[in-house]
Design a protein around this ligand. Sequence first.
Ligand code: JFZ
Length: 471
Amino acid sequence: MKKIFSLFSTFNHIFIAPYASLSSPLVVVIILMLTMSCNTSETDTAVPPGGGGEANPELKTNVKALQNFQDMRFGMFVHWGPVSLKGTEIGWSRGREIPISEYDSLYLKFNPTKFDAEEWIRIAKDAGMKYFVITSKHHDGFSLWPSKYTDYDIENTPIKRDLLKEMQQACENQDILFGTYYSVLDWKHPDYTTRYNDPRPVEESNMAVYKEYLFNQVEELITDYNTNIIWFDGQWEASWTHEMGMELYKHCRDLKDELLINNRVDKGFKGMAGMTDSIAKYAGDYGTPEQRIGSFNNQFPWESCITICKQWAWKPDDVMKSPKECIHTLIKTVGGDGNLLLNVGPMPDGRIEPRQVEVLKEIGDWLDVNGEAIYGTRGGPWLPTDAWASTNKGKKVYLHVMATETRLLQLPLLEGMKIKKAKILGGGDVKVEVDRNIMLSLPEELPSDYAYVIELTTNGVFPSLENIIVN
Ligand code: JFZ
C-alpha cells in the first residue's frame, strides 16, 4: 500500500533562509520539504533481484557476499599499467595519443621499482576503504599477472614480479576485500572482432578463439588469485553479446559461488547512469554508475565509480578533487543506498601520488569520527539532497549535514517515528523539538568543516522508501 507523506505538498525542494528569531548571523534554517511516498507494510526481501540473467533463472546473486559488499560502502579502484609511463588514459590512448607500435612496447620499459603492495593497501585502509579493485587487464590487453595464456603480461616487463599476487596477499594481510577489473573488450588481441584505431583486418579475427582466451584468463583470476569481485567492462561493443554475458556470469559463479559480478558482464547496462535495464533478463549483481552519484535506489544494489582526479590512469598535474568534495560524494552515495569506488591512478614508479594520499587521509580522518554513520548502514529514510543525506542502521538514523553553516535543521516528521536521543558524532549536543516537523538546534562549534553527522536514536519506526526508486 502506498502512502503519501506530504506536509507541504506544494514544495518539494529545500529552502535555506535566514532564521529571524535567532540572533547569530550564522544561523540559517533549512526547511526540508519532501513529498515522500513510502511503503511501511512490506519488509525487506532476503533474495536480491540480481543474478545470471534469463538463461540462468536459478542463479541469483549470493546474498551473503552482497550484504558484506553493501556493508563495506567504500572501496578503492585502481587503474594502472605500462601506460602510466606516458600519463595518458589507459586503453583509450592506444592508437590515438600514442602510436600503436609505441603503446604496445611500453611494457618493455614498465619497471615500477617503488611499488609496495602493503603500502597501497595501507593507504586504502587509512582512507577508510574496505575493498580494493585493480585493473588486471584493461582495453589495451596488458595482463598485470603472469598469465599462462599470453606473453603480453607482467612476467615480460623489467619488474618481472607478480604484482597482482602481491596486491592480493597485501589485501589478505590487512583484511581488505580483493577484487579485479577485467575488460571483456581487448583492442590488442588479434582475435577480438572490433578494432579501435587499429589497421589490422577484422577478417583475420575469431571471436570464439578470443572468448576461450577470456574465459581462461578469468578462471586464473578466480582460482589463482581468489578474487572476490570481478568488475567487468567493455561490454558495449557489438562483438560482445547478451548470450556471452550470461555464459560468462555462469562460468564465474560455477568457479566460485561467493563471487560478486558487476552488471557490465552483460548488455543490460543502461548508459553512464549505470543501472540494469531488466534485471530478470540481464546478468549482473549490481549496477555501476560511472563518474556520477547514482540516484536513490534500495531495490537493486549499486556502486558509483568516480575518479579522484580527472583521468582513470595517472596523469601528471591532473586536476584533483578536494577532501570536501570526496566526502560529500561519499555521503550522497551512501545516502542513496549505494557504494563508492573511488579511483586513483598510481605513477609509473609504483607509488600513489603523495597529494592523492593526503586527500585520502583526510577522508579517513573524517571516517574515524563518522564511520558508524557509513559502514553497515542503508540509505534513507529521507531522500538525499545537496545539503544533507540520511542513513540508518537498526534504531539509529544518521543525518549527514553538508551545509555546515546551518545551526537549525528542520525536516519533515515521518509517520510513527519517535526520537529518543540526538547527538553529534565527535561531540556536541542537539536540542530536539517536534511539532509538525522535527527541529534540531545545533551548537556553534561543530566537529568538522567538511560535514558532520547527527545521530538520532529512534523507536525504530520509519518508512523504508521502498517505492521511491529514481533512475
Ligand atoms: C570505462 C573505461 O573505458 C574507462 O577506462 C574506465 O575503466 C571506466 C571504469 O570504464 O569507461 C567508459 C566506458 C564507456 C564509455 C566511456 C567510458 N563510452 O562508451 O563512451
